[in-house]
Design a protein around this ligand. Structure first.
Ligand code: PXG
Length: 289
């Protein structure tokens, strides 16, 4: 595998970043997870736009233009002959001193890794997964805003550990008011009749690109899409529930905190959205060939 770092390609064993990089020392940096399907990079522009939005929020000036960044992603896929897979794009604050001050960092580093990812076991996509609500609250907007896709993912990792301890693969995180925010690396949706509901971004959810795609697909198929505050009660009494994310794609949820959702099987609306999503990912995106 060839890894892109600051304009050059390195073999994976030589793809290294300094121990003085503030990305490592403080989680000071941002990232994106992007997928390629059928020789195309899905929603590349949206991912790059979100990367620059995260950068702006943490006052990090990326030393490349949007189009240079898009080209770096495409070039890394091509160099690795990746037609189907997962791309991790990371921008760190760069090498600095032992001390928080980001002004002491000379120049951000840009890393692109083109590889594979499998988030959950395959049978969970067919049978649905059981998830639990965890005690770790989603970060507050005034602390580390959950809209920033930062390298500081401890909030999510702590929630993931709680899910693992409870014997499940994924955690529902609530915000400080007790409303549903999202899962550790996925947005959450419920289906109620012909309505599709997902927490608003203000509840502490990431502006998920899969989330946006699924909302568009649902509207196109005549569903009403709403973004109300959701409580655990709303989840327990949903007809269907599923999670979305670049890595996870669309995965059905059939049990939450021991309550069976709907009839305990992945539902028809979830299935239809998944089918439309798969069709879209095959057909659209930045071509690699
Ligand atoms: N919420 C959070 C907190 C995320 O990190 C999503 C939602 C889904 O957003 P997209 O734009 O991908 O639809 C994410 C993205 C992992 C992993 O290993 C998770 C993400 C990215 C990369 C890896 O769990 N999450």
């Amino acid at each position: 595998m060839k890894v892109y770092i600051d304009g050059k390609f390195y073999d994976s064993k030589n793809a290294k970043i300094s121990v003085f990089d503030h990305g490592l020392l403080y989680g000071d940096g941002i990232f994106e997870g992007i997928r390629a399907y059928n020789g195309r990079v899905f929603k590349l522009k949206e991912h790059i736009d979100r990367l620059y939005a995260s950068a702006k929020a943490i006052l990090l000036e990326i030393p490349m233009t949007h189009s240079e960044m898009m080209k770096a992603v495409v070039d890394t896929c091509r160099r690795n002959k990746l037609m189907e897979g997962y791309i991790r794009l990371v921008v760190t604050r760069g090498v600095g001193t032992l001390g928080l001050n980001p002004n002491r960092c000379e120049k951000p580093s840009v890393i692109v890794i083109a590889g594979k990812i499998q988030l959950y076991p395959k049978e969970m996509y067919e049978k649905g997964m059981a998830i639990v609500t965890v005690a770790t609250t989603r970060n507050l907007h005034n602390a580390v805003n959950p809209a920033i896709k930062s390298l500081n993912y401890l909030n999510n990792i702590l929630a993931k550990i709680e899910a693992n301890n409870a014997g499940v693969e994924e955690a529902i995180m609530l915000n400080s008011e007790g409303f549903v925010a999202e899962c550790t690396g996925d947005n959450l949706f419920i289906v109620k009749g012909r309505q599709l509901l997902t927490p608003p971004l203000s509840a502490g959810a990431l502006y998920g690109i899969t989330r946006g795609t699924v909302m568009d697909l649902a509207r196109q198929s005549g569903m009403e899409v709403l973004e109300p505050n959701l409580s655990r009660y709303d989840l327990f009494n949903a007809d269907e529930c599923f999670l979305t994310g670049t890595a996870a794609e669309i995965i059905p949820v059939v049990k939450i905190d021991g309550r069976v959702i709907g009839n305990g099987k992945p539902g028809p609306a979830t299935g239809q959205l998944l089918q439309r999503f798969q069709e879209l990912t095959r057909r659209t995106g930045e071509p690699l060939r």
